[in-house]
Design a protein. Structure first.
Length: 314
């Protein structure tokens, strides 16, 4: 891609996981990559990786997407320095584990505010310029959890259901601009640090439920949407069967989802004391591309043994 053809691509949550993978993939295409996240140090490291990967330029701007004024100021700076924004991949997000009544209100509210209202803030800052030019793409990274109701992740589920609704609303409101595209991308279990960085009031460490895919796969799917827009896309072989089960057999789903979650989406071998994780502020040492939690086989086996042991005691 020539310098003249390079697009201005903004990636939020760009210091780790899906956001970092997307920023690197955009860099490899030769785009101008703008990286947003809360932690300045990890973000600067990510920008350096993007420059090394071939980005036309890489601009790191520490920004909390939950702060509307900060988001607006950041987009104004990007436009002043690089010109109009061609695309945004909005990946920034937080998570918390625990029963609804056991997650502190401050933690619950912060997760919802960042994930849902952060998505609103990005759209508010971005869409006026895109509508004026009748050009641009917003990719909202949602989640399989935005289609189902898993236990112990109430704040995350509420926020991701909201993000899905927001994306659909934006598609309706922008139907009069054929050059403006809103896409909603829903990953399933992904090998990223979000499970380890999450606030945790559950007692066990969380992990991605199988089948687990790499964040690079999500990044490739997100960038394909810039060239071939679609309103919605699932990434993960287990997504549609899970959604169909939740939709078509709700009574069965409600009965089996909790034991399945405890066995497949937590690691009972690793205790977790009540911790806020990165919800109230960035945890720099946790920022990396992959979660590196290893094969789920041993974890699932331990979960099965623990659950069978509890059943025998009862």
């Amino acid at each position: 891609m020539s310098e003249q053809d390079a697009r201005v691509v903004v990636v939020t949550g760009a210091s780790s996981g899906i956001g970092l993978a997307t920023a690197l993939a955009a860099a490899e295409r030769g785009d101008h990559v703008v990286l947003l996240a809360r932690g300045a140090g990890a973000l600067a490291d990510a920008a350096a990786q993007c420059r090394a990967a071939g980005a036309a330029s890489a601009l790191d701007l520490p920004t909390d997407v939950a702060d509307d004024a900060a988001v607006r100021a950041t987009f104004a700076e990007v436009t002043a320095r690089l010109g109009p924004v061609d695309a945004v991949v909005h990946s920034a997000g937080l998570a918390a584990y625990g029963r609804l009544e056991e997650v502190p209100a401050e933690i619950f509210d912060r997760v919802v505010h960042t994930n849902l209202l952060g998505s609103v803030n990005i759209a508010r800052a971005l869409l006026p310029g895109m509508r004026a030019r009748n050009a641009g793409t917003l990719v909202q990274i949602g989640s399989l959890i935005g289609y189902i109701a898993p236990p112990y992740m109430s704040a995350y589920a509420v926020s991701k259901w909201g993000v899905r609704g927001l994306a659909r609303l934006l598609q309706v409101e922008n139907v009069d601009r054929d050059g403006v595209h809103i896409s909603h991308l829903s990953p399933g279990g992904i090998d990223t640090p979000i499970y380890l960085q999450a606030a945790n009031y559950l007692g066990w460490v969380g992990r991605p439920p199988p089948p687990v895919v790499k964040p690079e796969r999500v990044a490739r799917a997100a960038l394909r949407l810039l060239d071939h827009p679609r309103p919605r896309i699932q990434v993960g072989p287990g997504n549609w069967p899970t959604i169909w089960g939740f939709t078509l057999f709700p009574a069965v789903f409600d009965r089996i989802v909790t034991p399945l979650f405890e066995v497949a989406a937590t690691d009972v071998r690793r205790a977790a004391v009540d911790v806020p994780g990165n919800v109230l502020g960035p945890v720099p040492e946790g920022n990396r591309l992959h979660g590196s939690q290893g094969s789920p086989v041993a974890s699932i086996a331990a979960g099965l043994r623990a659950r069978l042991g509890r059943r025998r005691r009862h």
